[in-house]
Design a binder for this molecule. Structure first.
Ligand code: OAD
Length: 231
């Protein structure tokens, strides 16, 4: 098991107090995706979209990494090969736990992006449509998150990593959003052993050789312990 690639989703941050998207009381039960997570929604009502991400940024600022984030940081520190985390999460809990090799394929809440010139900078706690870009001064400031209909970040790193993975694990993701939902299938086809760690079956469970069920804070530390003891 030299190269381990791990895809994480909202389920890994749920026990840190950050809501998931598709669980019963999840974010998509309270907000319409097309209003708050599409370029068209932002064009229609930038205030609404900023309010949504400002609230999520405030929640994320209160959150602490949990035992699952810490276990993955330990894996990266102690595993003799590479550990690469591809996260769909826009929070910074992996980094706060100490993980370094992390790619935010859906962007980051704590970053701002200029829709006019592409400049990026640290997001203030509260972003507003009238904020000007510090580089070009145009008022087209948006959160640096990937919306539906946009291309996720880092695809040029993700594709080769999936091809080279010896072990691929998906943690806390419902397997409903592409392209991430196809990563298990892709990695398995390219020769990786695949493991899914989730509270329940996901839409992608059939792509995994092993499925571990339970809360991330319980099953991820046990899984990491097992990997490190076999290394
Ligand atoms: P979802 O909300 O779709 O799925 C979360 C998954 O985590 C579900 O399968 C839950 O059963 C599981 N889960 C919940 N609590 C858990 C816990 N304590 N331990 C382990 N598993 C738990 O979230 P994602 O799959 O991350 O994209 O969603 C993918 C993308 O859809 C997000 O990045 C976001 C969203 O729309 C964009 O906004 C572009």
């Amino acid at each position: 098991m030299k190269k381990i690639v791990i895809l994480t989703g909202a389920g890994i941050s749920a026990e840190s107090g950050l809501g998931t998207f598709r669980d019963e009381d999840g974010l998509w039960a309270q907000h319409a995706i097309e209003d708050v997570a599409t370029p068209e929604g932002f064009a229609r009502d930038a205030h609404l979209v900023h309010d949504f991400y400002n609230a999520r940024r405030a929640n994320a600022a209160q959150a602490q990494p949990n035992a699952a984030h810490h276990a993955l940081a330990r894996l990266e520190a102690e595993h003799p090969g590479e550990v690469f985390i591809i996260t769909q999460n826009v929070d910074a809990l992996h980094e706060m736990a100490g993980s370094r090799n992390v790619l935010h394929m859906h962007g980051q809440l704590d970053r701002a992006l200029c829709g006019a010139c592409g400049h990026r900078w640290d997001a203030p706690a509260v972003m507003r449509p009238e904020d000007a870009c510090p580089a070009c001064r145009v008022r087209a400031t948006r959160p640096d998150v990937v919306w539906f209909g946009e291309i996720p970040y880092g695809m040029e790193r993700i594709d080769p990593a999936l091809s080279e993975a010896d072990l691929f694990a998906a943690i806390g993701t419902s397997g409903q959003v592409f392209p991430a939902a196809a990563y298990g299938q892709h990695a398995r086809r390219m020769g990786a052993h695949t493991v899914e760690l989730n509270l329940e079956d996901s839409a992608a469970s059939r792509d995994f050789d092993d499925c571990l069920r339970g809360k991330a804070t319980e099953i991820v530390p046990l899984w990491v312990e097992g990997l490190l003891s076999r290394a």
